[in-house]
Design a protein around this ligand. Structure first.
Ligand code: AOS
Ligand code: ZN
Ligand code: ZN
Ligand code: ZN
Length: 430
């Protein structure tokens, strides 16, 4: 049974007003690309095959550690969040999977949840565990850390929670467990830097041992916050070392906001791929730290360069090439649906632009040390406005040509504001 939130008529009517202009733009871009030896339909086909998961927690208004400003019609339960994610996918056609977070998305019947998602046109992506905050009725506090805590019972509890997430994920059809721990210190001397990593590795190995054969454990590193002096898995170096020690099913996940300012993230991508440890991404953007701003809103060029490395990686696969793409943003001043529509478009655009790079010209210029032409090979692709390719791919698969205006025409949020119960106030860092 299908249970799609928006009517196909609404999308078709909105598209009807835009189709003629889109066809003109697509044809013009097609002629321009043809002069460069690129078949626009082939690029459109690759774009149609692209997807990125959205986080269940991204469907709600996030917040900073100072405040949260809920909006009317915001989803509060996982069921409502799935509906909003279904709206995003119906319009964009690139976000068919939702990444759940436990215990935030805990329900009593996961088979039913999976069916509900399927009826909304959605599947589940990586399962995220949460050992960075205490839940009520929890036996041991994570105040001393989780997988790396000095307290054996706390480590055991964190291991058990991760294994429970795997069990839930099996019922939901997930095949990845993403592990981010807030473990670390705020004072020099607070914990032994070497021993805390030993404890982490020992506990993480117990989680790893519970992974089904076709699952991956994605280790998400983060330089700081909530620990501001040292984080246990602080950088891609710690992450790849841990992944190598754990085994082949352990891979590294790169959240774009989890690095020191100005870090060359695209080079990290190339390095991780070289050693077969590129597990996936949490896409977002940042100006200062883990700002979790909308993807491509601050530094779209960096996002393009990351996708350029991904296209290179795909052409030179190591042991398979299957990074998991996900959005991880916090929406404090926008409607989360609009932000995720805009981000999904930004991410897909960078993928499309990376496909346009003349690889032969790039590699030739690199080999002959023609720096300017190597740079121009990237620049020529980056400068192309790929919007008509994305819009055409979306329209052909039933999505909206103009996702934001169609969303606003649907009056989805206004309607939900009448039906859904209001969210409470309070601080809301996620
Ligand atoms: C935290 O900074 C990380 O980005 C994690 O991915 C976290 O689980 C997620 O942001 C939800 O809070
Ligand atoms: Zn993240
Ligand atoms: Zn982030
Ligand atoms: Zn983060």
């Amino acid at each position: 049974t299908t249970n799609l939130p928006l009517s196909d008529d609404l999308i078709a009517q909105a598209n009807a007003r835009e189709t003629a202009a889109l066809e003109e733009d697509y044809a013009a871009l097609g002629r321009q690309l043809e002069r460069r030896g690129i078949d626009i339909d082939a690029i459109k086909g690759r774009v149609a095959g692209f997807s990125v998961a959205v986080p269940s927690w991204g469907a709600g208004r996030g917040g900073t550690r100072f405040a949260k400003f809920p909006i009317a019609g915001e989803p509060t339960t996982i069921y409502e969040k799935l509906q909003d994610c279904a709206v995003i996918n119906q319009l964009s056609r690139v976000t068919p999977r939702v990444s759940p977070h436990f215990p935030w998305d805990k329900v009593s019947d996961y088979a039913a949840l999976r069916e509900e998602a399927a009826s909304l046109g959605l599947g589940f992506d990586a399962v995220n565990s949460n050992t960075f905050q205490d839940q009520k009725d929890q036996a041991h506090s994570y105040a001393t850390g989780s997988l790396s805590s000095t307290v054996a019972e706390t480590r055991a509890q964190a291991v058990e929670h991760n294994i429970e997430c795997i069990e839930i994920g099996k019922q939901l059809g997930s095949t990845d467990l993403t592990v981010w721990v807030g473990d670390g210190t705020n004072f020099p001397g607070q914990q032994d830097l070497a021993r805390s990593l030993d404890r982490y590795l020992e506990a993480a190995a117990q989680v790893y041992a519970a992974l089904p054969d076709d699952w991956r454990m994605l280790l998400e590193h983060k330089m700081f916050e909530p620990a501001f002096y040292s984080s246990v898995i602080s950088d891609w170096g710690s992450s790849i070392l841990a992944a190598q020690e754990l085994g082949p099913k352990a891979k590294c996940l790169v959240d774009l906001g989890h690095h020191a300012p100005n870090t060359n993230i695209e080079q990290i991508v190339a390095r991780l791929h070289r050693f077969d440890k590129l597990g996936g991404f949490h896409f977002n953007d940042s100006k200062y730290g883990d700002d979790d701003l909308d993807s491509g809103s601050i530094n779209p060029h960096q996002l393009f360069l990351i996708f350029n490395e991904l296209v290179e990686a795909e052409l030179n696969p190591r042991d398979g090439f299957n990074p998991s793409y996900m959005i991880d943003q916090s929406h404090n001043v926008t409607d989360p649906i609009e932000s995720m529509l805009s981000s999904a478009e930004a991410i897909t655009s960078c993928f499309a632009k990376a496909l346009l790079v003349d690889r032969q010209a790039l590699h030739g210029a690199q080999e002959s040390n023609d720096t300017m032409m190597a740079f121009q090979a990237l620049r020529r692709a980056y400068n192309v406005d790929v919007a008509p390719i994305l819009a055409m791919a979306r329209m052909e698969s039933g999505g909206a040509i103009d996702v934001l205006s169609t969303y606003r025409q649907s009056k989805w949020r206004e309607r939900k504001a009448q039906e859904r119960k209001p969210v409470g106030l309070g601080a809301g860092i996620v």
